[in-house]
Design a protein around this ligand. Structure first.
Ligand code: CDP
Ligand code: CDP
Length: 223
């Protein structure tokens, strides 16, 4: 076991991981680490360098010169790529549709996993992603696997997008989420899978408050 406290939250797209993790991090005064934002930032870096997302070797060559930094923001967290704020642009459809490919490259994962472990080494963290409980923090004291039905996840993303003026249809969102679920669960390295010692929390039909309260209870029982 590690000296500091580590909470791992994994699960498929739009299960509520980052929403729940941010609230818990504020309540517990832990550092929140959004690992999906790191994979998204590398995907954006590839695009900005004019690379094809298939150009694995060139994307890998970008890694040593790619600095990803988080800063607290209101609300949530600001993300910087080489000192340029990319908080919004990493959520674009272009990045969303290509991030699963870029994150399937072994050297990309190795590099980001090492950055994530460094952050979690010396402070209390709550980290969300796909492989946190299985690969990044296998000794985390609390591991949650957060799920919800595909249709509910698409509805949640749809409502969120409307507030940002994005108009992708519900059917397209459902399709995009299913494709990403498939890619994330079937890749060779660190696929999305529930860790043996993770607690499954199905959030279908549950409000954010209900989920926060359920996970807070789980954390209390493990402290
Ligand atoms: O927020 P959303 O669920 O849409 O995704 P995200 O957490 O921002 O992650 C974006 C993508 O990055 C995922 O679909 C995965 O392909 C990849 N990812 C990963 O491979 N491993 C992680 N630990 C986190 C994200
Ligand atoms: O990080 P992840 O992709 O797993 O999901 P998210 O970005 O935290 O949540 C996607 C959307 O679902 C957000 O708009 C949340 O407000 C919403 N949500 C919800 O309606 N009910 C929940 N129990 C959890 C999240």
């Amino acid at each position: 076991m590690t000296k500091n406290f580590q909470i791992a939250i994994d699960g498929p797209a739009s299960a509520g991981k980052s929403t729940i993790a941010k609230i818990l991090a504020t309540n517990l005064k832990y550092v929140y680490v959004d690992t999906g934002a790191m994979y998204r930032a590398i995907t954006l870096a590839a695009s900005r360098a004019g690379l094809s997302y298939e150009a694995e070797e060139e994307i890998i060559a970008l890694l040593p010169k790619t600095v990803i930094r988080f800063e607290p923001g209101t609300p949530g967290q600001r993300v910087f790529l080489n000192d340029d704020e990319v908080t919004e642009v990493i959520r674009s459809t272009e990045v969303t549709n290509n991030v699963s490919l870029v994150s399937s490259y072994a050297a990309v994962r190795e590099d980001l996993v090492s950055r994530q472990r460094n952050i979690a080494n010396s402070q209390n963290v709550i980290m969300d992603g796909r492989d946190i409980g299985t690969t990044v923090l296998p000794n985390a004291q609390v591991k949650i696997f957060l799920v919800a039905s595909v249709s509910e996840r698409a509805q949640r993303r749809y409502k969120e997008n409307l507030t940002k003026g994005m108009t992708t249809s519900l059917a397209d969102l459902e399709k995009d989420i299913s494709v990403r679920d498939y890619k994330d669960s079937h890749r060779e390295i660190s696929p999305l899978v529930q860790a043996k010692d993770a607690i499954l929390v199905d959030t279908t039909g549950q409000s954010i408050e209900e989920v926060v309260s359920k996970i807070t209870e789980i954390i209390k029982n493990n402290q």
